[in-house]
Design a protein around this ligand. Structure first.
Ligand code: G1P
Length: 277
């Protein structure tokens, strides 16, 4: 039903300097897999096999990652290392990858608008690879596709965060439909704790309807002088056209060193569990 997924990957990753001086932050590995591959696998599991990147300078390694490396594959062919390339090979075989560049860092809203040329007039997923998500039973994006199928409007993944952290996120509030779904009325980008309408924070997973592009074109810069997707979505939320989805699962903030280490420990433990591959 939804076949395209957009990955805004133009950001600098200054929190991981010097590692990210020449390496895209999305290529940092959790165990042996780069962050961006976890995101693309999640999109693929959700039925999205048309992968669109909004990229920028110094991000070429991402393009190389989603392409064949003949020399390397030739070298390890027939050895026991071959299976280490299985997961990426499947993605390369089953998905298409397209790229466009964001030339100025004008914010997430601007990055998504830059991706319009790759998406066109259809609903699409957005994954921020910094937020590494592990869904219960199925991936978070696959769960969100089901939410979209039911409500036919934009969907954002949310989770509760401690009050002192609300200023790091887009925060939403509205009318609870049930334990997992909220019809959003209000959304605000990185509010001060005293102005926050709740502690329900947007996590880097969205399903957006194409009307968002027209709205983004007219959304003025907001928090931090950047065009915010949260502000554009607020226009739709006022009309009752955005659902917040509290997903069953975990999320690691791999944009921070602490979250990155937590994710690494989690996946390392999973790998060592009896029965793991
Ligand atoms: C972005 C969004 C924010 C959202 C967050 C999730 O912020 O602007 O609304 O809560 O991603 O990770 P960033 O973390 O890019 O500053």
């Amino acid at each position: 039903m939804i076949t395209k997924c957009l990955f805004p990957v133009a950001g600098y990753g200054t929190r991981f300097l010097p590692a990210t001086k020449a390496l895209p932050k999305e290529m940092l590995p959790v165990l042996t897999k780069p962050l961006i591959q976890y995101g693309v696998e999640e999109a693929f599991q959700a039925g999205m096999n048309s992968i669109a990147f909004v990229t920028g300078r110094t991000k070429r390694a991402i393009e190389d990652h989603f392409d064949i490396s003949y020399e390397m594959e030739h070298k390890i062919s027939g050895t026991n290392k071959e299976n280490q390339l299985e997961s990426i090979r499947e993605l390369i075989d089953q998905c298409t990858f397209s790229y466009t560049r964001q030339t100025h860092m004008r914010g997430l809203g601007d990055a998504i608008l830059t991706g319009e040329t790759l998406i066109g007039a259809q609903p699409f997923g957005v994954i921020l690879a910094d937020d590494l998500c592990v869904g219960e039973s199925e991936g978070v994006m696959a769960q969100m596709v089901k939410v979209y199928a039911k409500y036919r409007c934009s969907v954002v993944a949310v989770e509760e965060v401690p009050e002192q952290d609300v200023s790091k996120y887009g925060i939403v509030s509205g009318q609870a439909i049930d334990d997992r779904h909220v019809m959003i009325r209000d959304m605000v980008e990185k509010p001060d704790p005293e102005d926050a309408p709740s502690n329900l924070a947007i996590i880097g997973r969205y399903i957006l309807t194409p009307e968002i592009f027209g709205i983004l074109r007219h959304t003025p810069p907001g928090k931090g002088g950047e065009v915010q997707i949260t502000d554009a979505l607020q226009t739709l939320a006022r009309k009752g056209r955005v659902i917040a989805y509290r997903f069953p699962g975990k999320r690691f903030d791999c944009g921070s060193v602490e979250g990155f280490v937590e994710a690494t420990n989690y996946f390392f433990q999973q790998r060592n569990e009896p029965g793991a591959k």
